[in-house]
Design a protein around this ligand. Sequence first.
Ligand SMILES: [Zn+2]
Length: 302
Amino acid sequence: MEYVACNLCGSNRTKLVFSGTIPERSRPQDMEAYRCTSSGYGRHHAIVQCSDCGLVYSNPRWDDSELMNSYEAVQDPLYLQEREGRVLTFERHLRPLEKLAGPANGRKLLDVGCYIGVFLEIAVKHGWDAWGIEPSQWAAEQARKNGLNVIAGTLVGANLPGSSFDVVTMWDVIEHLPDPMSEIQRVYRALKSDGLIVIHTMDMDSLFAHVMGKKWPWLMEMHIYYFSQRTMAAMLRKAGFEVLWSGPHGRFQTLGYLGTRFTALFGKWGRPVEWALNATRLRQMTAPINLGDLFTVYARKK
Ligand SMILES: [Zn+2]
């Protein structure tokens, strides 16, 4: 375990927001906790808020190498079943992106943490020269099987040429990174001037997060940064970006998947809901979900 300073302003002054719920002597969870579809609700280290800039993060936490080993080992067959919902979500994400970036016309897009490549596939269909980068060997292999361009690993090791991409996207990735500030700076270097960065993450300052308190379902071991739209914008500006737009964006999910979340959240009280959904064709239906606690920010390299 290690203590870290604030990633946004460098301060060490914090106040406790939520006490940790993981027994002190336990080890990092097996890879189950680091799957995209992990249901490790309510299990997390202490979550603190920087007294100087307001950034919320997990502290202390597993050290970087322990975290990275967990991600490299991730395998996640449940995610494959969830494709349908992700396809609709990403189709929906691409529209405002193209409004700001302009049409694809074979320009270069990089998806950081592309996982099995669902967004890449859609971007290619829309005419982008799309590339992905992904630490999980299993997920990178799934994407390559579909003929997608995927670099296994992370931006740190990839040594991408500077000023080479028109758009860089990070869908539900930034909250997992040990050093988001450095990652955003690396994205800045990889972008052409006027290039667009698009980040989607949870909003710690949303009404739903405040109402749910310590029961907010995104408080999980694998999430180490809890941004608000304000702290995200501050970090992007510090890295040299101009923030163009920021606001809540929901996602599509199958009802069957939502059923598994019910059980994870409410224990035995959720099981009848999961059972009922699985017993009918309802489980395959997708529904748009927007509780206002996920947001997307679009910013331009100045
Ligand atoms: Zn701070």
